[in-house]
Design a protein around this ligand. Sequence first.
Ligand code: ZN
Length: 239
Amino acid sequence: MKRWWWFLVCMVALGLMLGGTQGNWQSLAGTPNLRRQNIQLPPAVHYPLPPSLAEIPRKGEDYFDNVQPVEVGYLLWTQFPVTVAIEPPQWDPNHVWQAAAAQAVAEWSAYLPLEIVDPSRPADIRLLSQRPTDQNKRRVRSAETTYELFVDSQGVLRHRCRVVVRPTQAPKFVLAALRHELGHALGIWGHSPLPTDALYFAQVADPPPISQRDVNTLRRVYEQPTRLGQRLPELTPHG
Ligand SMILES: [Zn+2]
């Protein structure tokens, strides 16, 4: 049964982050709490659709209604390529996890420009695995995506994501977990109600590839406004 609950746990983590409670920000280690710091946010703007998404034929449905904006708007990337660092796992028999991570990145690359960078470098998205010996400890989740907001050296509001996926015995479930979590990290901040989508909220026996509905949803996310990628308003000095 163990393999079945990682999606449920993932959903809980996502739910916590969307909840607007104190737990919301506690799960984001090192994140400056913009509200508490009284930082004035830049206005939300629309960005042009990335060509790789724009050129895909518009057909069929989506589950965009299940995607949640966060306090800065939709969690979309505003600079491309999005850099992805794959941390070499400490425990990875036959390099199953690392191969699955590379494949998940390659699959989503059909829709958004992604670039795998050396894990010693900063990256927009960081993929990490945990050793299975952690499995019996408290507070351990099987798969989780979190984000943090920061202001870069140019004064621009940005975010970065951290994806943690536990290696399991069946490679197809490792790949499914990475594919699913990467979908969150790329902006689908919610779940599909259909088991034929990669972002379905529960695990299925035969994990599907990225579906047309997943892609349609991703495109709608990138059509939304966000405050990310915008310079913070200049602070007015007191007195
Ligand atoms: Zn999820």
